[in-house]
Design a protein around this ligand. Structure first.
Ligand code: NAD
Length: 366
């Protein structure tokens, strides 16, 4: 989650929407409001050159509406790059529902949200993100076909998180190969921050490989459950960033690599599932200057989108695994490209994604 500052009064006056801090030529922003169900949502469609804008719905109690708008703008842009770099014929979109998923999410609210998605006639296709699960998507499916990530029993691909975790694991191995000359994670000290749907599945891969895993979460119950299940340690301190470790895996929320944390980091590799890990682009450069290899988030967490895309393209588990394993090759390629071109790994990944979109635009013009 980003907590970027609210735009200045001058900016709001001069250019209230298109001047929004995270606005990046987004094609369409839809504000959804329904008094009866209490739905307040924003759908962000960033780019549809490669295909319909697919991206999950996040339900979160934002501090204010600017924060929600900022989040959907950044997340939908990230989805454009994620699908483009993964070679999927999808554009980038995302939705945020403002509210507490634990207390404010009702079937009526989800159905109403589905109706708003339906009104876009397939330009935006939704799926789950933080605060959502396959059952919620099943409810949305009752009112629109423009939803993925529904239950396997309803013909969907099910929970995408295990595949996301597998892709993160592949990306982490590639980053380790680049940094240490070997992709073997056995014996590496790895901190997994956030052991929710993706984090827990990542812990399982890491433990199977013989890594020394420490977990961190704000949910004590989950910490104890995951610790007991996989025999991993719980982080008990209050400044994880300063801990000696080889690899930091952010799997909770975004912007954890920021002015306050970056100089403390002892990790030599950062590879995790969270979206928008860099608070700002400059933090990518700062990591590079400190010799820390950052595996771009939108590249290595693409397993989930590969999984849900299968529902639209009708490909099976084997192809999902093959495409997800390829994250290893793409990550290595991007890290090498960044080094050769003297740019940050984040910029190298964004450039590769933009190149594919521009090539498609040129093709479409022919
Ligand atoms: P989740 O809600 O299941 O898990 C998030 C976990 O992080 C929870 O256990 C929560 O308690 C914990 N957490 C929240 N704030 C924290 C903090 N400050 N410190 C430590 N722990 C904290 O979500 P998820 O589906 O596992 O997704 C995790 C991240 O990966 C999110 O950023 C999401 O956008 C991203 N992601 C998920 C998928 C997917 O397939 N689920 C795909 C791509 C990206």
């Amino acid at each position: 989650m980003t907590t970027e500052i609210i735009p200045s009064a001058e900016l709001v006056k001069a250019d209230p929407v298109f001047g929004q801090l995270s606005f990046d030529n987004h094609e369409q922003i839809v504000f959804c409001n329904d008094k009866d169900t209490g739905l307040k949502a924003i759908i962000g469609i960033h780019n549809t050159v490669l295909g319909p804008a697919l991206g999950g719905t996040r339900m979160w109690q934002y501090n204010n509406e600017w924060e929600a708008l900022n989040d959907v703008l950044r997340l939908s842009q990230g989805m454009t790059y994620k699908s483009a770099i993964t070679g999927l014929n999808l554009g980038g979109g995302k939705a945020v529902i403002i509210g507490d998923a634990k207390t404010q999410k009702t079937p009526e609210l989800m159905r109403k949200f589905g109706e708003f998605v339906h009104s876009l006639s397939g330009k935006y296709i939704t799926a789950e993100d933080v605060g959502m699960n396959t059952e919620d998507m099943d409810i949305v499916r009752d009112v629109t076909p423009y939803v993925t990530g529904i239950s396997e029993s309803k013909g969907g691909s099910g929970n995408p998180s295990p595949i996301t975790a597998y892709g993160v694991f592949m990306g982490m191995k590639a980053a380790a190969k680049f940094q240490y000359g070997s992709d073997v994670l056995e014996g590496k000290t790895i901190y997994v921050q956030g052991i929710g749907h993706v984090g827990e599945a990542l812990v399982e891969h890491l433990v199977n490989e013989g890594a020394r895993v420490t977990i961190d979460d704000i949910n004590r119950e989950r910490l104890e459950k995951v610790s007991a299940k996989y025999g991993v340690s719980i982080y008990e301190g209050n400044d994880l960033y300063s801990e000696p470790m080889d690899i930091y895996a952010p799997c909770a929320l975004g912007a954890t690599i920021n002015d306050n944390t970056i100089n403390k980091l002892k990790a030599k590799v950062i590879a995790g599932a969270a979206n928008n890990q860099l608070a700002q682009d400059k933090h990518g450069r700062m990591l590079q200057d400190r010799g820390i290899v950052y595996a771009p988030d939108f590249l290595i967490n693409a397993g989930g989108i590969i999984n849900v895309f299968a529902e639209l393209e009708n490909y099976g588990k084997q192809e999902i695994i093959r495409k997800t394993e390829n994250i290893y090759n793409t990550t290595l390629e991007i890290l090498q490209r960044a080094k050769a071109n003297g740019v940050t790994t984040h910029i190298a990944a964004v450039n590769a994604a933009k190149e594919r979109i521009e090539a498609r635009k040129r093709e479409n013009l022919k």
